[in-house]
Write a protein that binds this ligand. Structure first.
Ligand SMILES: [Zn+2]
Length: 338
């Protein structure tokens, strides 16, 4: 949904059987890259007339991730032991760090060397390829350059620039763009039975990612976490130095949550600035407009701007392995006050 231009181009390539070496779908997490990859795999394996028909056995197996010739591969958590650990469960959140390892590429090569079991092709979808270790990416390059004849490859990544240029340049790239909030709102109401008020909020919060909105609709935990993060911020704004230091310490303990917490805070200060600039209709946090307006009034534009930059810088520091507690202390102490 919302990527009709890509679907049209891919449908044409399926109909005329002019297929690229490999495909790369890029865009933010939750925008529909894997969904599109699965659809393309269905179109290639489909036994029906209107490919992908969605109803034939290959289409159904792919939809349930049960097709023996369609494999979805993604990275494993740090310190994962292939010989001892059970298969890793789905990640708890978008920010959990994982890496595609060379062992996975070797296993993949061995699998591709054999002919398909029941499909026309052996199809591999490599998700979040930007998370591959350099060694693994380099090893994969060989498969990408000379894939076995019955092979079709689809990669997904946040952005093509995060991959080795030698990898991206060998793929046909489809850069998926965020959807309009109204489009997401309509989809949530019509296809997922969301209540209109709830759909409106999720559509705004989703930043154009339908997958994110659907998951947040089906799983309250995401929205609950977002509410918690905003509560933390709003309480901190009325706290003194000592209390903020304690808060920094407690926040730093939940290091897995920090990227999303900071992303939420970033959205908040962006909204404050929008209102200050008279652009209140474009805010994201539509359910908390009173608090936003209050702060837009209470703080100066300069304060909001400085805070926005500080939150962004903190997010960047955390990816560089700085001490999380220290970074949060600096950030919290520099938040504007009462
Ligand atoms: Zn089918």
């Amino acid at each position: 949904m919302g990527h009709e231009w890509a679907i049209r181009a891919l449908a044409r390539s399926v109909a005329t059987d002019r297929v690229a070496h490999a495909y790369l779908f890029t865009g933010p997490h939750g925008i529909g890259k894997t969904t599109l990859a699965r659809k393309l795999a269905q179109a290639w394996q489909c036994a029906g007339d209107n490919r992908p028909c969605g109803a034939c056995p290959p289409c159904q197996k792919i939809a349930r991730d049960r097709h023996p010739d369609v494999q979805i591969i993604e990275g494993v958590p740090p310190r994962y032991d292939f010989d001892k650990d059970p298969p890793p469960p789905p990640r708890a959140n978008d920010w959990e760090r994982r890496a595609l390892r060379i062992r996975q590429i070797r296993d993949l090569e061995r699998g591709l060397a054999r002919a398909p079991f029941e499909g026309r092709w052996k199809i591999v979808i490599l998700r979040r390829f930007e998370e591959s270790e350099e060694e693994a990416a380099n090893a994969f390059l060989k498969t990408l350059e000379e894939p076995p004849r019955h092979t079709r490859l689809i990669l997904t990544a946040r952005d093509a620039s995060l991959l080795l240029p030698t990898i991206a340049s060998r793929c046909q790239v489809f850069a998926l763009r965020p959807l309009a909030p109204a489009q997401i709102e309509r989809a949530l109401i019509e296809k997922y039975n969301a209540a209109p008020e709830h759909a409106r909020l999720l559509a705004r919060l989703s930043a154009g990612r339908l997958g994110w909105a659907v998951r947040a609709h089906e799983n309250r935990a995401r929205l609950d976490a977002r509410n918690r993060y905003l509560d933390e911020l709003n309480v901190a704004l009325s706290e003194g130095r000592a209390e903020r230091l304690l808060r920094a310490e407690s926040l730093a303990k939940k290091s897995d949550d920090l990227p999303e917490l900071l992303e939420t805070w970033l959205g908040w200060w962006r909204d404050v600035l929008l209102i200050q600039n008279g652009d209140g209709s474009r805010t994201t946090n539509v359910d908390r407009e009173d608090a936003l307006r209050d702060q837009a009034h209470r703080f100066t534009t300069e304060q909001a701007q400085t805070t926005l930059q500080a939150v962004r810088a903190t997010a960047r520091y955390l990816t560089q392995n700085v001490n999380a507690r220290l970074a949060l202390e600096v950030l919290l102490l520099n938040l504007p006050g009462k």
